[in-house]
Write a protein that binds this ligand. Structure first.
Ligand code: HEC
Length: 197
């Protein structure tokens, strides 16, 4: 009896060993959830997501992310300051507000999305596939409307699946913040924001 148990243990160990080798040779070892969150935080921080997606506090050296609202997108209650609509014709200026979260150009006005896991206003209802497909295609959820500038999906979408998974796992680990970002404004509607009224 003892022998059979010993043999079974030996066989199971051998199979596990072979499987672990296979896992290593077929790519990197799968990361644990904590490892994914740590790597995702690192990638989000160096990837500049805060530059556009976090509300800011203005300092003498320019805007810095408001750490109480990290990655919650362009604040819903922030008014759009009037601007010179002639300056954003194609080939001229692209404008951004002090929070670098509202962007005006030939595409109209875009507002940075809420990346926190709030279900109604952020990415709470998104799956990993939704996130990966959006970044790879530059279309909302992979099949919807084209993402507007200056969302840099062209470079973010070149990350490996495992890195996009890490980013998404980190974003989903943030405290959910309810902030309904406004819909984009099409170029034909820019006139109403003209400062020359
Ligand atoms: C230069 C500014 C900028 C940077 C940097 C930036 N984004 Fe964005 N992002 C935007 C804007 C603007 C939008 C809204 C685009 C729109 O409405 O079409 C957006 C939208 C998104 C969306 C929502 C897409 C959708 O389909 O609703 C996700 C997710 C996203 N960004 C993730 C990221 C991540 C992750 C990073 C960092 C790796 C990042 N962004 C960096 C500007 C930026």
């Amino acid at each position: 009896m003892k022998r059979i148990v010993f043999f079974t243990v030996l066989c199971v160990s051998a199979v596990l060993f072979v499987l672990s080798q296979f896992n290593c040779s077929s790519g990197e070892k799968a990361m644990s959830k904590d490892e994914l969150i740590a790597r995702g935080k690192y990638l989000v921080n160096i990837g500049g997501c805060n530059d556009c997606h976090s509300p800011k506090i203005m300092t003498a050296m320019g805007p810095v992310p408001d750490t109480t609202k990290l990655l919650s997108g362009r604040s819903a209650n922030q008014p759009i300051a009037p601007f010179d609509t002639g300056s954003v014709a194609p080939g001229r200026w692209v404008l951004t507000d002090g929070g670098t979260s509202t962007w005006v150009g030939p595409w109209g006005i875009s507002f940075t999305a809420n990346l926190t896991p709030d279900s109604a206003t952020g990415l709470g209802a998104w799956t990993l596939d939704n996130f990966i497909n959006t970044m790879r295609t530059g279309k909302h959820l992979g099949t919807g409307r084209d993402l507007l500038p200056p969302m840099p999906w062209q470079s973010i979408g070149q990350l490996k699946d495992e890195d996009l998974k890490a980013m998404f796992t980190y974003l989903q680990s943030l405290p959910p913040i309810s902030n309904k970002v406004p819909n984009p404004v099409p170029p034909t509607m820019l006139a109403q924001y003209s400062m020359k009224k």
